[in-house]
Design a protein around this ligand. Structure first.
Ligand code: NAD
Ligand code: UDP
Length: 386
């Protein structure tokens, strides 16, 4: 199943000292296993891969609500990767494993920290070992959260951008349980790195920076409960006519990347095994560094452009403790260094925030508007409903 290792054919060599080079035939189509394929990013990545001639994809998730049926070359496996037999079967068959599974919603980090740590660390250590033993290529999605509260150089001085190989990782104190996710992701990166350096694991670690797009998360009360990530939280407010809540005034900044451009970068990584071998790569858009207040205002504009008769939504400030509860903490600013992605992948995103919001709003309206209206009517008739 694995492409034969033979004389160099593609001329691509590892740029990371300390990691052995591997050469492979560019003609053999790889069998790709995607763990967490039913989530937001998976629901964009799997269809993009399925468009490729000869695609052989195994999509694994506990739920597939977001993934269309009937994609060519895609086999669905509805299972949990907590099941060791599942990981065993996947790594027996796949050439490349792309790991997307996580509990990656900040509202869970301080409320369900043990499950968050298991999902991003404990459950995935066996996968890393199996990939190393069976010589499978692992493309793992970590997170920009590993950089922590802000960008600091190794000597502790502040810097503007987060650089994969130079920036220190600055998490808050232990009682700030917000950092359980980042710490678990960071430790798994260190495990992957060590398997790469000392056990020959062929890997690439990706650090996404606030990827947004259609199908992100859920609308509370309709297809999920609790607080989703900020995009869906704001869309929920817009759909229900509630206020958009700005945590601590919305001064925190994020660099937003559109999901199609993110998936395009992942395809480049899949296609460039040697330059990406043993590398940690930021995928973000440094041009879209905005405050959460600006995101809220831009989303309101995009919403009103499509629903001009809607009541003008209001923004309201709440403290982080009131919104997320005890133990929350925040990243102040997160701007990716783009240099490595440009150098290794020849990739640079172009879509400004104002261009990505209209299709996102249109998608949420199409999928949720009538369901939210039904849910709101039901709540009026039976006020006890969630
Ligand atoms: P998501 O929550 O939409 O998708 C994760 C998927 O993993 C879900 O469908 C979930 O059902 C599945 N899953 C979780 N545990 C599982 C298990 N034990 N067995 C099988 N399936 C399981 O998240 P996403 O936004 O698509 O993110 C994908 C990856 O990218 C995650 O690892 C996340 O940490 C990382 N990431 C995403 C962003 C972003 O902006 N979207 C930013 C940083 C990092
Ligand atoms: N946030 C907000 N209102 C909300 C949800 C989130 O102001 O309804 C803030 C949150 O405090 C954080 C930022 O938006 O500073 C981004 O939140 P997201 O859920 O995308 O997660 P993060 O980028 O922190 O991983």
């Amino acid at each position: 199943m694995r492409p034969k290792v033979s004389a160099p054919t593609d001329g691509q060599r590892s740029s990371r000292p300390g990691f052995a080079n591997v050469t492979r035939s560019p003609l053999a189509p790889s069998r790709i296993a995607i763990l967490g394929a039913g989530g937001f990013i998976g629901s964009h990545l799997v269809p993009a891969l399925a468009l490729r001639p000869g695609a052989r994809i195994v999509a694994i998730d506990v739920a597939f609500d977001k993934l269309p049926f009937g994609l060519p070359g895609v086999e669905r496996v509805q299972a949990s990767i907590k099941d060791r037999g599942v990981l065993d079967a996947i790594t027996a068959r796949a050439d490349i494993v792309i790991s997307l599974t996580a509990m990656c919603n900040p509202a869970l980090y301080n409320t369900r920290p043990l499950e968050v740590i298991d999902a991003s660390y404990t459950d995935l250590v066996p996968l890393v070992k199996l990939c190393a033993e069976r010589k499978r290529r692992l493309i793992h999605l970590s997170t920009c959260e590993v950089y922590g509260r802000r960008a600091l150089r190794a000597d502790g001085r502040p810097s503007r951008r987060m650089d994969e190989d130079r920036t220190a990782l600055c998490l808050g104190p232990i009682h700030r349980e917000r950092w359980t996710y980042a710490a678990a992701k960071q430790l798994l990166e260190r495990v992957i790195w060590a398997y790469g350096r000392h056990r020959g694991l062929e890997f690439t670690v990706v650090r996404p920076f606030n990827v947004i797009g259609p199908r992100m998360d859920f609308i509370p009360g309709v297809d999920g409960q609790g607080i989703p990530r900020v995009l869906a939280a704001f869309m929920h407010a817009l759909l229900t006519g509630e206020d958009l809540v700005l945590v601590d005034g919305g001064r925190q900044r994020r660099s937003f990347l559109y999901v199609d451009e993110f998936v395009n970068a992942l395809l480049h990584i899949i296609d460039r095994p040697e330059p990406c071998r043993g590398q940690i790569i930021n995928l973000g858009n440094d041009k879209n560094d905005v405050s959460i207040r600006t995101l809220a205002r831009s989303l309101v504009c995009a919403f009103l452009a499509q629903r001009p008769n809607a009541r003008v939504p209001r923004l309201r400030t709440l403290t982080a403790a009131a919104f997320y509860g005890e133990g929350y903490d925040d990243s102040i600013v997160r701007i990716p260094s783009m240099a490595k992605a440009v150098r290794l992948l020849g990739w640079r995103p172009h879509m400004p925030l104002t261009q990505m919001l209209p299709p996102i709003v249109a998608d949420y309206l199409a999928r949720y508007e009538s369901r939210v209206a039904r849910h709101t009517r039901a709540r009026v008739l039976a006020p006890g409903l969630p």
